[in-house]
Design a protein around this ligand. Structure first.
Ligand SMILES: *[C@@H]1O[C@H](CO)[C@@H](O)[C@H](O)[C@H]1NC(C)=O
Ligand SMILES: *[C@@H]1O[C@H](CO)[C@@H](O)[C@H](O)[C@H]1NC(C)=O
Ligand SMILES: *[C@@H]1O[C@H](CO)[C@@H](O)[C@H](O)[C@H]1NC(C)=O
Ligand SMILES: *[C@@H]1O[C@H](CO)[C@@H](O)[C@H](O)[C@H]1NC(C)=O
Ligand SMILES: *[C@@H]1O[C@H](CO)[C@@H](O)[C@H](O)[C@H]1NC(C)=O
Ligand SMILES: *[C@@H]1O[C@H](CO)[C@@H](O)[C@H](O)[C@H]1NC(C)=O
Ligand SMILES: *[C@@H]1O[C@H](CO)[C@@H](O)[C@H](O)[C@H]1NC(C)=O
Length: 767
């Protein structure tokens, strides 16, 4: 999604000037039969007819001009048909946001909405029901805001791009580097936003959007930016890394929209690539909804990418490729001429209009006054409820990752702490806790506030801001550390370091932060806890190796209740159980790897180390999946097969000659699965939540297959000295397969090693 200031401003202006006509807000909807009974004669307003019939009736009534005004993000009003202007662009990545111009806050109407942790931290919880629950609450707040006239119904969230490089300024918005975790998050979040309480699959509570399709994840790094970036992607990487989350959004969550990205993929702008849009999204995956551009990808195609000689050709190319909606106004300006010049058929425009209106129809937009519909009673009172805010605190603490804990350092016992020094540029953070695609939160609980609610604190920022250019505040910070019983250093980044349109150059703590941490640790007389607030990983090897720094924890960008959650963990009111959803690389990685290299696989011939735990075999500061707890959990294998035999008949090629692998779409795949049962025991004194991750190491049969991959995960809650069994059903073809160089999934025969925690198990797969 774009942050192009001018466009944002223009769109806001359009909406605001329209609204200033009347001071009170009202929800947008069509077919207001109460006010205008003559609309009854339109079949598209007849709620007893099916959606397909209604939309086709509507599109038949429209002129070309009305159609081209209906395929842009601020869609024109059509008075003669009783259709108001509709703003398509709203955002709800981790709470209802005012980043999209169709949703905003107003002090008297709805002053703010609950702000959940930035996605990267929520993902660290590895808790699918949490992902779903958050989205469900967000959808209630969004519907409540729609009813009060300050929000749309279509939200361009979530971001399911793979967090491929630690420097990416939008990595924070994603569920991390693993395609399975990213898919699971995407599916749960989309379902939470979209599903209605009636269970009717034709109906939508909100329209979600999985973005940015595809192979995006570079914003602005050295001399390359997303408008000019040409992502060179292999079929293998596209199929097993970049595309799976989008496919899951469509297949498993029936998402209402896919947004194509700014960048080119293998030389073609993603929004003008017929194979990617029409071929894959609509053809292969069967998207039931609309494909939107980023804001404004079409203008970028024309001006930055010089894709065609005229904007009419760009409009035609995008529509012909399968685009339905343009964030911006290019399609409104240029489509009619493109039709006249014969560059695109009107029937293609009809397809686009139809896909957009089907979505609005499923949302109830054409069913008259929303106050009489299913969510009509939701209003201001349903935004920022205590329960919603408690969930923000719960989500942050479920995500917090304990990275280091010298014996007995954490949790701190409040009675033993007469004074706690709270130091660092993020110690009193407010907006910094929210990150990209924020809104106005209900309130902020800063780290300082959270900690001060439990013990007496002395606060010293040490540095003026996260840039930490000066050491002028260091002496005061050291003095505070020397007199306090314990120290919490709240360090890290904010959106001045990692943001949309701003990738990092290095992955160290910014400015003089390392020095502040080391000097304070040296001066301290009690335990020193380093609390890191950031979207991406940071190289904190210096702190990991420093015995004076007794604990390290990462709390992402924790949302409005970040400080309360941090204090809950530090004082042992919550037992941390988050796990890193991305590899934390050493600084040398950012020094030696080009961010523009999209290859996931390592290349020994050039020294390119590869990306993510699946392919990168070098040292990590902290690996994917890492995270400690105040308890210890042990796993015992109860049941897993040593051999799995694939039954093939005589006609099968594998029965004729010896074969090393077979296609994951082969008939033999039907029902081919096995169970892995384990027992997990909490051998600590505290109850806690523990994520059981099932990995596999496939045999090295398919060229460049991953070294290791996550097959499944489950989260369990366990009291002290309690145990429980956890079962995984492994579908051989779906889960054990890997993608070959041609982009086809294949199952390798031979030894697959399964891994859960310290447990390893050999499984031999043969014909
Ligand atoms: C907020 O809403 C109120 C009530 O509708 C309206 O009077 C006021 O002008 C709005 N404020 C802004 C800044 O738009
Ligand atoms: C709406 O459609 C139903 C089903 O076809 C029909 O019976 C009814 O008369 C229609 N209502 C109006 C107002 O045309
Ligand atoms: C579309 O037309 C409007 C009105 O003339 C103009 O302000 C806007 O810049 C145009 N947009 C593009 C992408 O050319
Ligand atoms: C913390 O920040 C808030 C708001 O940004 C400010 O009002 C408050 O004075 C700060 N607290 C301290 C102790 O500086
Ligand atoms: C890239 O970042 C630089 C600052 O680092 C900024 O001046 C420039 O406008 C950005 N470009 C884009 C396209 O976002
Ligand atoms: C997952 O999150 C939900 C929602 O907050 C929570 O009720 C549940 O206990 C969590 N599961 C575990 C195992 O912690
Ligand atoms: C798995 O097989 C390998 C190779 O035969 C062997 O070295 C290893 O010890 C086995 N591991 C287990 C857990 O049985």
């Amino acid at each position: 999604m774009a942050f192009q200031a001018t466009l944002h401003f223009l769109l806001s202006l359009v909406i605001l000037s329209f609204l200033s006509v009347s001071a009170t807000y009202y929800p947008r909807y069509a077919c207001d039969l109460d006010k205008n009974p003559s609309l009854k004669e339109f079949a598209f307003c007849n709620t007893s007819l099916d959606i397909k019939t209604r939309v086709s009736d509507l599109v038949k009534r429209m002129t070309l001009k009305e159609k081209t005004g209906s395929i842009v993000s601020v869609a024109d009003r059509i008075d003669r048909l009783g259709i108001p202007s509709y703003g398509w662009w709203s955002e709800a990545l981790h709470g209802v946001s005012d980043t999209g111009p169709a949703t905003w806050f107003n002090k008297t109407v709805v002053p703010g909405a609950t702000s959940y942790p930035q996605v990267i931290l929520t993902a660290a919880s590895f808790n699918e029901s949490l992902f779903y629950t958050i989205a469900k609450v967000v959808s209630n707040e969004a519907r409540a805001m729609y009813n009060t006239g300050v929000a749309g119904l279509t939200f361009w969230s979530p971001n399911v791009n793979i967090f491929r490089d630690p420097r990416w300024g939008r990595g924070q918005e994603t569920p991390g580097e693993d395609p399975l975790l990213t898919s699971r998050f995407g599916v749960a979040y989309v379902k939470g936003l979209q599903e209605t309480d009636s269970g009717d699959k034709d109906r939508l509570k909100l329209g979600a959007c999985c973005k940015h399709y595809t192979a995006y994840d570079l914003d602005n790094w050295t001399s390359v930016d997303r408008f000019h970036f040409n992502a060179i992607v292999t079929k293998q990487d596209l199929e097993d890394t970049y595309n799976p989350p989008f496919k899951s959004c469509v297949f498993d969550a029936n998402v209402a929209s896919i947004m194509c990205s700014f960048n080119k993929v293998n030389g073609k702008p993603a929004c003008g690539d017929k194979e990617l849009l029409e071929g894959t999204v609509r053809g292969e995956w069967k998207l039931n909804g609309y494909i939107s551009s980023d804001c404004d990808s079409l203008e970028v195609m024309f001006k930055d990418q010089r894709w065609a000689k005229t904007p009419e050709e760009v409009a035609a190319d995008a529509l012909n490729a399968g685009l339905d909606l343009n964030c911006g106004d290019s399609l409104k300006n240029f489509t009619a001429n493109a039709v006249k010049k014969g560059l695109v058929k009107e029937s293609v425009v009809d397809r686009a209009v139809t896909n957009n209106f089907v979505t609005l129809m499923r949302l109830g937009f054409f069913d008259g006054n929303p106050s009489k519909q299913m969510y009509g009673k939701l209003g201001k009172k349903d935004v920022c409820t205590q329960a919603a805010q408690d969930l923000a605190r719960e989500a942050a603490r479920q995500g917090i990752v304990l990275l280091k804990n010298s014996l007995g350092s954490l949790p701190l016992i409040p009675n033993y702490i007469k004074t706690l020094a709270v130091i660092g540029p993020n110690a009193n953070a407010t907006e910094a806790m929210i990150g990209n695609y924020g809104g106005i939160p209900c309130k902020y609980t800063t780290p300082l506030k959270g900690l001060s609610d439990s013990v007496k604190t002395i606060y010293e920022p040490g540095c003026k801001d996260v840039m930490c250019a000066s050491t002028a505040g260091f002496e005061k910070a050291k003095t505070a550390a020397a007199i306090a019983d314990a120290v919490v250093l709240v360090m890290g980044t904010d959106i001045s370091i990692e943001h949309e349109a701003l990738d990092r150059i290095d992955i160290d703590l910014p400015g003089q932060q390392n020095l502040l941490v080391s000097e304070v640790a040296y001066a301290a007389r009690g335990p020193v806890i380093l609390a890191l607030m950031s979207g991406g990983g940071v190289d904190v090897t210096f702190a990991k190796c420093n015995p004076k720094i007794t604990s390290i924890l990462w709390f992402g960008l924790p949302g409005q209740e970040g400080g309360a959650a941090l204090a809950d963990v530090i004082f042992g009111r919550y037992n941390p159980g988050g796990r890193l959803p991305m590899t934390w690389y050493p600084r040398s990685y950012a020094e030696s790897v080009s961010m523009g290299n999209m290859n996931m696989r390592a290349d020994p011939s050039t020294g390119y180390p590869g990306r993510s735990y699946r392919f990168y075999r070098g040292e990590a500061v902290y690996p994917f999946g890492y995270g400690l707890s105040y308890s210890l959990y042990v796993h015992h294998l109860v049941k897993a097969p040593k051999h799995v035999t694939v039954p093939v008949n005589k006609a099968h090629t594998c029965s004729q000659s010896s074969c090393k692998s077979f296609s994951a779409t082969d008939n033999v795949c039907n029902g081919l699965s096995f169970d892995v049962d384990i027992m997990v025991t909490n051998i600590g004194k505290m109850s806690g939540s523990h994520t059981v991750m099932l990995f596999s190491y496939p045999p090295r049969v398919i060229y460049n297959s991953p070294h290791k991959q996550l097959l499944d995960f489950k989260k369990v809650r366990l009291g002290p000295w309690k145990r429980t069994s956890v079962s995984f059903k492994v579908d051989v073809c779906k889960q054990l397969s890997v993608v070959d160089e041609d982009g086809n999934r294949r199952v390798a025969l031979g030894r697959h090693v399964l891994q859960i925690g310290d447990l390893k198990h050999n499984l031999s797969l043969k014909i």
